[in-house]
Design a protein around this ligand. Structure first.
Ligand code: SF4
Ligand code: SF4
Length: 186
């Protein structure tokens, strides 16, 4: 549950963000990692419990489940498995049992504008606007790459070529940063 736009005024407390946590790691894998001292796994397991089946997660919101599965496949490969968890601290009425001590992860939700949010989430419009901003930036970077290609054909000075290389690197990095969310297709 986020604070980005003032949570108390905006979050409609559907509780879905606390009930649909995804990971590419199974509960057994996370337990093994936690046993080996992996702090990320330890902290994850302090909060989240696994669903017994995918069907249980789908009952919360099938669209979000499908979107998260697709997102992970795009990011990590077609064979990637996605596992779903829910928070042990969410109450029946969707309030948080540890509200004042909830982790940063919860306070900042949905920090990443490309993380699928439920349709009824109060932040869905905000996320959409942020995604469109990023897409516009990526499209601009693609145009810049075309311009750089043309400019390079006419450039001979070392300083100019170096400058073009820097610009090319910056534009390529931006497109690459959003690769997992489909940037090459925008
Ligand atoms: S700690 Fe609270 S806000 Fe965070 S996921 Fe759990 S119930 Fe939700
Ligand atoms: S999904 Fe959105 S509206 Fe629902 S509890 Fe989370 S932040 Fe609030």
């Amino acid at each position: 549950m986020a604070e980005i736009l003032g949570e108390k005024k905006i979050c409609n407390k559907c509780g879905k963000c606390c009930r649909l946590i995804s990971s590419t790691k199974s509960y057994d894998e996370l337990c093994a990692e936690a046993k080996n001292g992996d702090n990320v796994a330890v902290n994850f397991l302090k909060l989240f419990l696994p669903y017994e089946s995918l069907t249980d997660a789908i009952k919360i919101d099938s669209h979000v489940v499908d979107s998260l599965i697709e997102m992970n496949k795009l990011a990590y490969g077609e064979k990637t498995q996605t596992y779903f968890y829910y928070c042990r601290y969410i109450n029946e009425d969707n309030s948080c049992n540890v509200y004042n001590m909830r982790p940063k992860l919860c306070r900042q939700y949905p920090k990443n504008e490309f993380i699928p949010v439920p349709e009824e989430c109060s932040y869905s419009g905000y996320s959409f606007a942020m995604r469109e901003k990023v897409k516009a930036k990526v499209r601009k970077a693609k145009e810049e790459l075309l311009d750089i290609k043309i400019m390079r054909q006419n450039a001979s000075e070392r300083s100019v070529l170096e400058r073009l290389n820097k610009l090319e690197k910056k534009a390529t990095q931006l497109i690459e940063e959003y690769k997992a969310f489909g940037s090459y297709g925008w």
